[in-house]
Design a protein around this ligand. Structure first.
Ligand SMILES: [Cu+2]
Length: 730
């Protein structure tokens, strides 16, 4: 025995030594690279750079770093992810040692080497260069004779010798032929009675009800045939009665401090796409009434539930009295169908907020139960002057030829990605229109009320845009933007000046992925149009618009928290998924797809596959890293006055890793950093978008006592577990 043990130790020692020597020789890899700050998941956002065989000993890594953006995520108007590249290179020889070269230059290139982007000069150590906007790309470092003006003017002049190269994660995507055909074969097997038990169960009409409406296929993406016969394992729900009153567009309710209103959630009829459909509305309107109040006022809302589900109304973003927060089973009993509850709603902060049901949002909110709260500041020049205001609620709806696709009665459908609609709505309508004089400054109050879709909005035409505020406050300073990236539940206030006559289109533009064919493609939806006339705007706010305002009071407010910015993290949450018994062949196909995940899943390209996974099979989780506890088992306690540094980590290893908009009730927070990159223009938030594999540090200003929820705002994710409660004591 002792001899065996000695032998084992000897082997371990040899292996360890060998390993050590290897590490020294290979210099640095994404797996071994250390970073003092948190970094995004290396599998998606770090690229190993390796030398060709003829060059030995050189090594490096390139981290993809998000450039600063007021939206926390940097995206081009076309929906391309934008990255800076942080090179960390080791053991580069002198360029002249490789030939007649004087320098090293880094390049990013599409797989066909066109386009080719010259990033700039690199040397040993770290160099941050930018900017890459390619879906998938090669990184190349060459030894070059010169980096003079001539070669900069002609970026295609990659003439030197390749010293290092690597490939981005999306290069790993390959067409799915094997799985695709396998799925087709299985469908035939099931049809001839040879299917397994599970497949047979899934293909039986759910609950004897064959009336599910099949979601329409994506027009540009093929679907494996096996999916066409799958059904969700819950019953379809559609609102009744079909003779509900016809809904009317929302009304503006300007309410004084102390005013009382009734708010009734009930079925309504809508005419959409030439078809009459039954949906839901607050007070018979779409969206719900736009409630305008002054900062620091209180209103009384008598809510009545005439839907078929129990529910409650949540006042999103308001730091109000805990018992009126509208979180069923946390701050109140759910309001049963036919029941009522009276809320006292307090508005401590100016800005744009919204209200929506906080139970089965996947059904109730999706069918039209949402409305905005516009809280006016008492400061007269809180915002710069504008000629007009537009309050826009952005949504999507999943509609088939025969009408809207039903929702799951017992549990949500679309439990993985969330329900992506195939039509986009602004204030409940498929098209938004405005007519403005030339040079008008229009202030847009934007709220994303969709279940899961992140919008990437821009104007196509002569329009300039700046972002001035978000969830709970103005920014430290206004910023020019070309597009607005807005996740579910987030709000942004943007000022737009329409400079020249003509039509300016409001579009949502994103990069969609066809995982079956392993390709990216453009998806553009037109949401509306602004018709700009030749008549000049009066008054002309051009001069004030041209100036980016700093907001001294916001800077001063945030300055009080700066001493907490660099302190250690207090709590850490891992955002992940436990996928249970998914209908075959979902799991193998998803594992196959997971070779690459976009930071943001912008759109639903596999409607059948998304549809059939239900809340009975999927459990999304928030996991407390310190205790391992998950979701409602987490027991965090804070005191009023605490400042809590919270780290949110999006688990790239989850079977369906994707982005999550994380929302905290009743408090406000700052997004301090994303992937370790400090945020240089802060704003108070209640919702932060956490892209796939990203790490965000947020600082929570704990001011409001009570039991508060923290959850993902993808409607199907909160309904399938992704929520927790923390308690704040006085
Ligand atoms: Cu989520």
């Amino acid at each position: 025995m002792p001899r065996l043990r000695a032998l084992a130790l000897l082997i371990v020692a040899i292996v360890a030594r060998g390993g050590h020597a290897d590490v020294q020789r290979q210099a640095i890899t994404c797996a071994t690279a250390q970073s003092p700050a948190p970094v995004a998941d290396p599998d998606l956002y770090c690229i190993d750079l390796l030398p060709p065989l003829a060059i030995d000993g050189v090594g490096g890594v390139a981290r993809l770093v998000p450039p600063a953006s007021p939206f926390g995520i940097a995206v081009s108007p076309a929906g391309e992810m934008l990255y800076d590249v942080l090179f960390d290179l080791r053991d580069l020889p002198a360029p002249s040692a490789l030939g007649a070269y004087t320098t090293f230059v880094a390049w990013a290139a599409a797989p066909q080497m066109n386009p080719l982007i010259k990033l700039g000069e690199v040397r040993n150590g770290t160099t941050r260069l930018g900017r890459v906007n390619l879906d998938r790309f090669l990184l190349i470092v060459t030894a070059e004779p010169t980096v003079g003006a001539a070669s900069l003017a002609n970026p295609a002049a990659l003439t030197g010798r390749i010293v290092l190269r690597g490939t981005s994660a999306a290069m790993r995507m390959q067409p799915h032929d094997l799985a695709f055909f396998l799925a087709g074969l299985l469908e035939q097997k099931a049809a001839t009675g040879g299917g397994g038990d599970h497949a047979a169960h899934q293909q039986a009409p759910a609950h004897g009800d064959a009336s599910w409406t099949q979601p329409p296929m994506h027009p540009d993406v093929a679907m494996p045939p096996a999916f066409m016969s799958l059904r969700p394992d819950v019953a379809p729900y559609r609102p009744a009665p079909e003779d509900a009153p016809l809904a009317r567009p929302r009304e503006l309710l300007r309410l004084r401090d102390g005013a009382a209103i009734d708010l009734v959630a009930a079925p309504v009829r809508r005419v959409l796409f030439g078809r009459t459909v039954t949906m839901l509305g607050f007070n018979g309107q779409y969206p719900g009434p736009l409630i305008e109040v002054a900062e620091a006022s209180t209103i009384v809302v008598r809510f009545t539930n005439r839907t078929g589900f129990e529910t409650a109304v949540h006042w999103h973003g308001l730091r109000l009295d805990n018992r009126f927060d509208g979180a069923p089973h946390v701050t109140q009993d759910p309001v049963p169908p036919g029941g009522s509850f009276t809320y006292r709603v307090f508005f401590p902060d100016a800005g744009i907020y919204w209200y929506h049901p906080h139970h089965r949002e996947d059904v109730l909110q999706d069918l039209g139960l949402y409305g905005n709260l516009l809280v006016r500041s008492r400061e007269p020049d809180y915002f710069a002057p504008a000629n007009r205001e537009e309050v826009l609620m952005l949504d999507d709806l999943l509609v088939a030829e025969s009408g809207p696709v039903e929702h799951g009665r017992e549990a949500p459908t679309h439990a993985l990605m969330g329900r992506f609609g195939n039509v986009l709505l602004v204030n409940g309508e498929p098209r938004w229109e405005a007519a403005v004089p030339r040079g008008e400054v229009v202030r847009l109050f934007l709220t994303n009320v969709s279940s899961t879709r992140v919008f990437n909005l821009s104007f196509q035409g002569a329009a300039r845009m700046k972002v001035v505020a978000s969830d709970l406050s103005r920014y430290e300073r206004e910023a020019w933007v070309e597009n607005v990236t807005i996740a579910p539940a987030e709000r942004y206030v943007v000022d737009v000046r329409f400079d020249a006559p003509g039509d300016v289109r409001l579009v949502n533009r994103v990069r969609a992925i066809d995982h079956i064919m392993a390709r990216f493609f453009d998806e553009t939806h037109e949401l509306g149009v602004v018709r700009v006339s030749d008549r000049p705007a009066a008054p002309d706010h051009g001069p004030s618009f041209a100036r980016l305002r700093p907001n001294a009071s916001v800077v001063a407010d945030i300055a009080k928290f700066r001493r907490h910015f660099d302190r250690p993290v207090d709590r850490e949450l891992l955002v992940t998924l436990r996928a249970g018994d998914l209908p075959f062949p979902l799991r193998p196909l998803m594992s196959y797809e997971s070779v690459y995940r976009n930071p943001v899943e912008w759109t639903g390209t596999m409607p059948e596959m998304d549809w059939v996974a239900t809340g009975r099979q999927v459990r999304w989780t928030l996991q407390d890293r310190a205790t391992g506890r998950e979701n409602m088992e987490i027991d965090w306690r804070f005191k009023v006055g605490d400042v809590v540094k919270l780290r949110l980590v999006n688990d790239r290893g989850a079977l369906h890793a994707m982005q999550h908009p994380i929302h905290i009730h009743g408090q406000r927070f700052l997004v301090l950093s994303v992937n370790g990159v400090p945020n240089e223009n802060l704003v108070w938030k209640d919702t932060v978008l956490l892209p796939t594999g990203f790490v965000a540090d947020v600082l929570v200003d704990v001011t409001n006592p009570g039991k508060w929820m923290l959850h993902c705002h993808v409607a199907e994710h909160i309904e399938t577990g992704m929520r927790m409660v923390f308690e704040v004591n006085k």
